[in-house]
Design a binder for this molecule. Structure first.
Ligand SMILES: [Zn+2]
Length: 350
């Protein structure tokens, strides 16, 4: 995260929203890019509630990426770092609000748009802010990319966690004193084999050892081995069970010691938190002549946090495209108006 570059991006986005004559606040951050809060409530009366439109303007790319991956439009697609995840979503929201203004439709609820700067690195600086706004809101609409060519909304997201297991054994000469050693790699392998059995694809629980390391040379019994494991679950309840399960691991070799660190980044977005909003979106889409679909995905977003607070959350309302976090990231330009229209309809109807 490069604050100066992020802040420049924040200023550009803020400028576009200011042109709509709405209230734009820049929420200053010390180490991260500033966050943007835009509030729309033109009526003089009291609003009957609040709706939160949520997104992030940071990307996974480092400064300078534009030189080898420039923004370009070709064959109906717009390419560039972060176009799909999720600049196009911010643009669609801008047009949704513009449509609401130009049609002079009366809203029942105040709308808060929040564009944050650190979603891709865990939302540490923005979490309090968007959770606070979510608590005041009746629904949260997340402009993260949709899924697949049909532009499916994301009505379920797995929770994501990470565990690190370090095995401490005892070094010894593999030839001269093998019985005096405690092989940390062998111990780790047995623990990983045990954890592999926790995978339950049907329930949506996955345990993936993604990194292993240990040992120094073949003739030395290794005293240390380490694995980093990716943990995912569809249900909060399953996610919660993984942590005590990890902590209950015991060494299988006498004398070996396990050191376990586990952390959960984002909770699952459970389907029940999206179901009613999705049903409404589907019927509004049908009125626009669109057949809207839904899906469950393996990764989390800030919508996972708002759903975990008990606030109905609908995610994946952003652009239609593909290649997020890759050199080939693109969006389909001709699908943007319908997505903007759907968001405008949801904001009006909610
Ligand atoms: Zn994103």
């Amino acid at each position: 995260m490069e604050k100066a570059a992020a802040d420049r991006c924040c200023a550009v986005i803020g400028g576009e929203w200011k042109r709509l004559g709405v209230r734009v606040e820049r929420i200053a951050q010390k180490h991260r890019g500033d966050h943007l809060r835009i509030t729309y409530w033109p009526e003089k009366s009291r609003p009957a509630g609040q709706l939160l439109v949520l997104g992030h303007y940071d990307t996974v790319y480092s400064s300078g990426t534009l030189a080898k991956m420039p923004f370009r439009v070709k064959g109906g697609r717009a390419y560039g770092p972060g176009v799909f995840d999720m600049k196009a979503g911010i643009v669609q929201a801008l047009f949704a609000l513009q449509a609401i203004q130009q049609l002079h439709v009366e809203l029942r609820k105040r709308i808060v748009f929040l564009w944050t700067s650190d979603e891709e690195i865990g939302s540490e600086s923005s979490r309090k802010l968007f959770e606070g706004e979510a608590r005041r809101s009746d629904a949260v609409f997340v402009l993260e990319p949709s899924f697949g060519p049909r532009g499916l909304l994301k009505t379920g997201r797995k929770g994501v966690g990470e565990a690190e297991i370090i095995v401490h054994g005892r070094a010894s000469h593999a030839g001269l004193a093998p019985e005096e050693g405690i092989n940390a790699i062998h111990e780790l392998a047995r623990q990983l084999a045990r954890m592999e059995k926790w995978n339950d694809y049907r329930r949506g629980i996955t345990v993936n050892a993604g990194i292993v390391e240990g040992g120094t040379r073949t003739n030395v019994i290794p005293e240390r081995a380490r694995a980093v494991i990716d943990l995912r679950a569809l249900r909060v309840q399953d996610m919660r069970k993984l942590e005590p399960r990890l902590q209950s691991l015991r060494p299988m070799q006498r004398g070996a010691r396990l050191e376990i660190h586990a952390g959960f980044d984002r909770p699952p977005l459970e389907h029940k938190m999206s179901a009613a909003l999705f049903a409404r979106a589907k019927s509004l889409a049908a009125q626009l002549g669109l057949n809207l679909g839904e899906c469950t995905v393996g990764g989390g977003s800030d919508g996972s946090f708002t759903a975990a607070l008990g606030v109905p959350t609908l995610d994946g309302l952003g652009a239609v495209g593909d290649g997020a976090h890759s050199a080939n990231e693109y969006i389909l330009i001709n699908r943007m108006p319908e997505r903007a229209a759907l968001l405008a309809a949801l904001l009006f109807d909610s």
